[in-house]
Design a protein around this ligand. Structure first.
Ligand SMILES: Nc1ncnc2c1ncn2[C@@H]1O[C@H](COP(=O)(O)OP(=O)(O)OP(=O)(O)O)[C@@H](O)[C@H]1O
Length: 234
């Protein structure tokens, strides 16, 4: 039986008092890879922000990795985030410390204390993103693709059931975008992690076709699973 990771029903998404998306309904299951597409300003980021607790859900219902978004308070948001991985376009790494220290900082912040477990976890996530030997590098010494891999490694620290990615290939050249897409798809297949990825990049979507949610005219349209991406990378 499939395991539901996101379930959103009759939700209205607001920015302040402005209604951005109306009557949003969809579910995402374990291991699914879903694109979120739509013209600029149509609400992709607003929807993702709602899913990771940055915007409050005022109308409708939603459950994200078993957290009820209507019950969300600022105190509970960090607990929701510990069960998610969030990946952004601009990497958001701490520039004054190396990759290893960036990852250690996050683990310490969420309460990890055992040095050996910390080292094992960092080794594990760097291995998963193909950067096993790059822990000593400073962010400015890395290419955009490598920095995005570190951002994905950071998202994996929580062993999340869901990764929310907002334009993760937006700053990358086509070849590097390909590598990041293959990595995200591989993660969703290997670890059963669901991925919702906002993108404008139709080159990427055409190369790695998958289910699409489209924001248009204040609604979210579910195009369903048009094709499997399995054949592309498999
Ligand atoms: N902090 C904010 N306060 C008020 N309105 C906002 C805020 N952020 C976004 N909006 C508005 O909400 C609407 C949706 O914006 P959003 O960023 O979600 O769209 P998007 O589809 O992600 O756009 P893009 O593709 O350019 O990132 C836009 O009209 C935008 O102006």
């Amino acid at each position: 039986m499939s395991e539901t990771v996101v379930s959103i029903n009759h939700a209205n998404i607001y920015q302040g008092n402005n209604l951005i998306l109306q009557d949003v309904n969809f579910t995402v299951n374990k291991g699914e890879f879903v694109y979120l597409v739509g013209k600029t300003g149509t609400g992709k980021s607003s929807l993702l922000k709602t899913l990771y607790g940055e915007l409050p859900l005022k109308e409708g219902t939603a459950s994200v990795v078993d957290f009820d978004l209507r019950e969300m308070t600022w105190k509970k948001v960090p607990f929701l985030r510990r069960n998610l991985g969030v990946v952004f376009q601009d990497f958001q790494l701490l520039t004054d410390r190396n990759v290893h220290e960036n990852l250690k900082f996050v683990l310490k912040a969420i309460g990890w204390k055992d040095d050996q477990l910390i080292e094992e976890k960092i080794h594990d996530v760097l291995d998963k993103v193909g950067l096993k030997s790059k822990g000593f590098k400073m962010p400015f010494e890395m290419s955009g693709g490598e920095q995005q891999r570190v951002d994905i490694a950071r998202a994996l620290l929580n062993s999340p059931k869901l990764i929310l990615a907002d334009e993760p290939t937006g700053n990358l050249d086509p070849e590097t975008s390909d590598e990041i897409m293959q990595l995200l798809i591989q993660i969703s297949k290997d670890y059963g992690t669901a991925v919702i990825m906002a993108t404008h990049d139709f080159i990427v979507i055409n190369r790695y076709p998958s289910r699409m949610l489209s924001t248009e005219m204040g609604k979210v349209v579910d195009t369903g699973a048009l094709a499997e991406n399995q054949s592309v990378i498999g």
